[in-house]
Design a protein around this ligand. Sequence first.
Ligand code: A2P
Length: 350
Amino acid sequence: MAKEYVVAILGATGAVGHRMVAQLAASSIPVKEVKLLASARSAGQQMEFRGQTLTVEETTPDSFNGVDLVLSSAGGSTSKKYLPEAVKRGAICVDNTSAYRMDPEVPLVVPEVNADQLKHHHGIVANPNCSTIQMVVALEPIRKAFGLKQIIVSTYQAASGAGQMALNEFYQQAKDHLAGKPMEANILPTKGDKKHYPLAFNLLPQIDVFEDDGYTHEEWKMIHETKKIMKNDMDDADLKVTATCVRVPVPIGHGESVYFQVEDESATVADLRKVLETAPGVVVEDDPAHQVYPQPLKAEGTGDTYVGRLRPDAENKGAFNMWVVADNLLKGAALNAVQNAEELIRQGLL
Ligand code: A2P
């Protein structure tokens, strides 16, 4: 008989955690038992899993006794505190936070791109940043076919990427502004920083905190995670990557304007489109004559990565522009985590 797994979802009450519960329920993973873990604040809350009503528990190290698989999305410090406890107790963790992504012992995996790295895990597998995931899903098939020299990306990232509280704050700002009241900002652009600004009717060119070089940490993550996933080296010098990350007043679904240069300068848009049309997890939505292109509202609730507006840079051979959209809470987080777990099982690693 196939093995059945005891699964803990750490951060089950959050924007991503909720979706991890739903994606696990919809997955092929044989589940014996699910433990829903969060902070003391939400202990006692009830949630559904495959027709059962489950009660959320406060997380303690002993919550992981007997657990085979942990899916976690409760913030970096919570992962640092509890994942070693889970690993000590024999569990394998797929972590959606940035806590372990750059640890050389931890594979950083998007199954469509580098599932072969999973076998190197020591108990923890990291899920990349939401904006990185959708970009590499779209670019890896191109890299494989034509080589890739450079990526210049500008992101248009949804409010939900900053968590459920940030999303609630954004909705409240929109309501207040339309009612003629002042907008209050206590979370965005980023929880840990000194100043806060409204996102409603605005654009915030800051996601996460600033580094000394003037880039934000989100931009740093996109650069180094992309290199680690595609080239297996976070500081790879052959693939040049630069990023500008912007929070936009959209609830769910990140957009990205991706400019890239391939090695094979004979590649045409038709060649790229052909590759993308058969790429796993990619849906090409690109028909300017009929105004067909990816949009967050259409991507919301789906697991695919949508690519459109594919066009050559007329002044640079081998360079192209495209527009990439995905549901940041699903392919950008919960779905990718569950796909990693499914892949661990498929490879006999769990
Ligand atoms: P809680 O709802 O009890 O605060 P989001 O990313 O949407 O902000 O969600 C964060 C998730 O992480 C929530 O489920 C939240 O639980 C959980 N969380 C935050 N801090 C802790 C903690 N110290 N221990 C366990 N879970 C935590």
